[in-house]
Write a new protein. Sequence first.
Length: 929
Amino acid sequence: MHFRFFTLLMFLAGTLLAQSPGTPAAQRQLLARSGARWSLATGHYFSLTLPPAATAAAQDPLAATLAFVEAYGGALGLASPAELSLTRQERSLDGRHYLRFQRMRAGLPVFGQVLVARLTAEGVLLGLSGNLAPSTAFAPAAAPTATSFSYVDLARRAARQRYPYAAQWTATDHGSAWISPHPWNAAVPSQRTRVIELTEPAGHRAERLYLAESSGKVIFHHPLHCDLNRELYRLNTAASNLLWMEGDVFPGSLNAERRELLLATAETYHLFHRSFGRRGFDGNDAKMNLVAEAGLTNCPNASASGNAIRHCTGVVGDDIVAHEWTHNYLAAMNGLIYRFESGAINEAYADIFGEALDLLNDRGNDSDDHLPRGGCTDSGLRWKLGEDATALGTHLRDLWQPECRNDPSTRSSPDYACLNGETDNGGVHTNSGVVNRLFSLLTDGGTLNGENVAPLGMTKALHLFFHAANHYLTPVTDFHALSLMLEQSANDLIGTPLPALTLLDLPAPPSGEVFTAGDLSQLAAALRATGLREPSPCNFVPTLGQDPPPPCAGQEFVSLYTEDWEAEPLGWTLTETPVNPGSWTSKAWTLRTALPDGRPGRGIFAPNLAVGDCAADLENGTVELSSPTILLPPGYTSFVLAFDHYYSSEAAFDGGIVAYSRNGGAFAPVPPSAFLYNGYDGPLNAAPGNDNPLAGLPAFHGADQNSTTGTWGRSVVDLSALGLVAGDELQLRWVFGHDGCTGWLGWYVDEVSVGGCRDFSLPVTYQSLRATAAKDHIALRWTTGSEDRNAGFFVERQAENDASFTEIAFVPAGDGSYHFADYGVVPGTAYVYRLRQRDWGGAEAYSPLVSARLEAAATWRVYPNPASDWLTVEAPAGVGIARLYDAAGRLVASLPLRDGVGRLTTEALPAGLYWLRAGAYTQRVILGR
């Protein structure tokens, strides 16, 4: 699913901490009116920037943050400050305070849910960001009872699929935590789990598994080690013994590779410590263990986990050593996991800091790494990773031209890998090329995808990436969220003197470099060039067709009953029918506002939870969504059902059907033959191999091709093919069936419509009908092919948040060409229009629907309004001055604009009505006291 970035700016005077509204909705409204700026990315990640002087200073940063959460936590999805546990508080180079909190629920941590607060040096809250799910995003979980199974044994059994000797690994029980089976999917609720960590005896590899407390089923897992990606035979080598420790003579009798391991480790430590202020990978100078000639099973290779790095013979170089240590730094700083886009970011960060260290020292084959790069075949070594590793034969990756190593430099590259989670953990090594290219482009500048990027240099670029990793990255950060975090980091660093990059154990001298507003524009260009914020190209063929035909081919469709879930549904019933009530986990249909693919409004959802073990914990059963009774009136030749839906379920085992009841009779499945468009995917697996009560029935199941997600589509059913006729009473039922264990996402249903088909009998045929947004209105134009006894047209309008259409005008019959201008529209809002044509006898019929949006004037903003002591103006580029006039038309103030932005002091002006003009734009302003 793909969520598009948007920012809402609404401004009204107000002081946040002077009031304490009780409900989340009231809190959100007050925040919006006060000028708070929201940025939303994928999943639950958000960034909230508070307006100037909107918060009161506190005695300390923690008190300021908790005071805000106490008053406005509901707007963020928090019930109280007690849900937050402070995990880190530090002061950055820019003088600001950064506080990182772990989300807790029922006293347990929630995986991936982190809140970061940023405050001025004086303790004034500037904003918050992080991943926080609403309270409804947690599956119900009672306190665990005594179980008859061992979590460790179940974890080892599950890990054996990936690691054949996992039964011999050391197990550590980390207690309980909450986690979602799909941490990147906001629609999948978190479950209470037991966290088991398995570590190979030699410490080379480790895996963390999350098992449902109630059943012991693994609902999520991820590796804790990070390997370079080599497709070579795995050869065993002897384990190394202790060779050298701090204080021993250096280099002594150490060979070249062992010396390089120690030197590059020291340089990595000094780079992070002296340049960025972080003492050791854990921030507390933990011991850094090194293993040479490591006995990895997949040599030539290298790996990292915990407090150690391990290198096979011939896989040692300064960049590879720093690469592996960076994995450990990331694990301690933000817990970024090693899977899908999060893993690609993890791998890219390791490449970036590894190559940066290589470019900063003068060891190895680095004689020409200061020269600019050309094509894939040039001899330059700049931006090439692993060129000193003798066992690899060539460099591993190319950060300047990733395609030279079959890696992508942009989202649109043909080398972008769309892989499942079991292949390279979802493409972590390949797709890291996009972030690698972003960094090299920012550092050296260049042109990519038509975007010209001026160089920021290594100092600014590396500080930018470190700041984002240290303050904003979360365990499940994806590409889109990373782009927002980098932009926020650049804003944080504006005007901050940056220490130089150093590999020496000496204080870093000033670099003389600071971030400027111009640097932000270069970052924006680089983000556009690499497409980091664009939707993923891994959009596979949807299981539901995207071009539904009209419900009534060649006839008029008249809606008889609709349900869009925007208001509380009337007459619908929700039921659950478990086969084993004692072990059943509730999976009832629920109303949802967070719909997949950013679909607006509300829908209804049947979750396909990853619960059960198909043994002691059997989760097979059905959940039903039943409509009220719908009367089919006379006057129609046939009847149809249309509904929008989205599903992702365990293919062939879990799925949904549509059933119907005629005149109060028993419900029966709608057969495949009755579907006019987007019918079932095929039968579910039959019993006894499937204990789903719907086993063997045709159903909607699975997901888009080569994917675990779905796509919205519309299905159309011929109700007349079921024997339904005028005068019948119809009842519909959507049934989702589960087998005994596991699951994916579930089934969403929206926009249910039952209608009748009739011949076009009214005296108008349309040749065209369109709605077009103009500067300050929406224009409707339509032409007719023929008219007979036509009285005219009622124009009806429905805004995107309205529950129904509203009549706004009547246009009398004319010469066949008509137009109407709707000036009653609000910029930034989408509208749907239809015509209700009436003939001389009073009979009426509706036209097709058309829609348009009057775009908001995003480049013209005046806030706060009403204002008191100051007024901020944002005008389009090229407007150089704004002028303020009183109600009598007298000029009272002029404001020069820099890049279209300026701030006017109004405290000396009397209260009243004013007019602000900038270029062709005019805005009424009210000054109050």
